[in-house]
Design a protein. Structure first.
Length: 307
């Protein structure tokens, strides 16, 4: 092998050996960059949910110092306000869209729809137009077999709390009147100082003639009057009375008229009670209640009661 050839071989080997590390370094560098990018993405994906989950707590602590204390204080204030309103506040008065002027004897009528009544609060705190609650009509029966679920309790509680009480029957024209009268008599034991029994008439079925309708009402009234020895009170709406009960025979009975949101009764005949609102709100009763007035003084109300 000559000298020139040896030099060429040595030179070729040197170039090959020097080129190999450069290529290896470039591969390592590229691989390192790829790994770093992958790690960065992995780290970014890993930490993003944690930042979103804790962000609202961080902001709350940053802008509201000791936020649990503030929330607790709000709860305490709201609770105290509600207790003050229902138990301590002196303004325990009835509310109605329009309280009639010129009447001093106020009352209500109730049924199971008023729920559990706080009679102690009703007796001591209920004030209507700056006047105490004087009387209450309580639903007793309906048709020939229904007894109001709250009647016995409410009827006894009214007596115990010194409120003049009365009981009423809701009339069903499709049921024999005499059977309804006997049902009322069997459930209601009126005593001295109670208001006369009441017949509540509000519905006339189309399949009952006007003559039969009036005859049934009169039959109930006569049977109940015979038993209690006092004329019953007849309750109905103003327009209903004008349409179906505008008969002189019914004017012989004390009339309890329902006529809402008017400043005076439009009915020209005699009447004793006026139900002027069905939107009353008074202490002791959570639900809305009907409000009534008596056409006379408290002494005259007592004169109307059973002796």
């Amino acid at each position: 092998m000559n000298t020139t050839k040896k030099k060429n071989i040595a030179q070729s080997n040197k170039q090959a050996s020097s080129a190999q590390p450069k290529q290896h370094r470039r591969s390592n560098a590229q691989q390192g960059k790829t790994t770093a990018k992958q790690q960065g993405k992995t780290t970014q994906r890993k930490h993003k949910p944690a930042r979103r989950k804790a962000s609202w707590l961080v902001l709350l602590r940053r802008y509201i110092y000791n936020w649990p204390m503030w929330i607790g204080a709000i709860i305490v204030l709201v609770t105290c306000g509600l207790l003050w309103r229902w138990l301590i506040a002196p303004e325990h008065t009835a509310t109605t869209p329009q309280t009639p002027v010129g009447y001093s004897v106020h009352g209500i009528d109730i049924s199971h729809h008023q729920g559990n009544i706080n009679w102690e609060l009703l007796r001591n705190r209920a004030v209507i137009d700056e006047q105490p609650l004087r009387f209450v009509f309580i639903k007793a029966t309906e048709g020939s077999d229904i007894v109001d679920s709250r009647f016995k309790y409410n009827f006894q509680a009214a007596r115990q709390h010194g409120i003049v009480r009365g009981a009423y029957h809701f009339y069903r024209a499709t049921t024999p009147a005499k059977r309804q009268a006997e049902h009322f008599i069997s459930q209601v034991k009126l005593e001295e100082g109670d208001l006369p029994p009441v017949l509540d008439v509000e519905v006339k079925p189309d399949n009952v003639s006007l003559e039969d309708f009036r005859q049934g009402i009169l039959e109930w009234l006569l049977r109940v009057e015979q038993h209690y020895k006092v004329k019953p009170i007849l309750y109905t709406y103003h327009s209903f009375h004008q349409q179906y009960m505008n008969d002189s025979i019914f004017n012989l009975y004390p009339y309890w008229i329902a006529h809402y949101y008017v400043d005076s009764v439009r009915y020209r005949g005699p009447w004793a009670f006026w139900q002027h609102s069905d939107e009353g709100q008074i202490p002791g009763i959570k639900e809305k209640v009907d409000l009534d007035v008596f056409r006379g003084t408290y002494d005259e109300l007592l004169q109307l009661t059973l002796k």
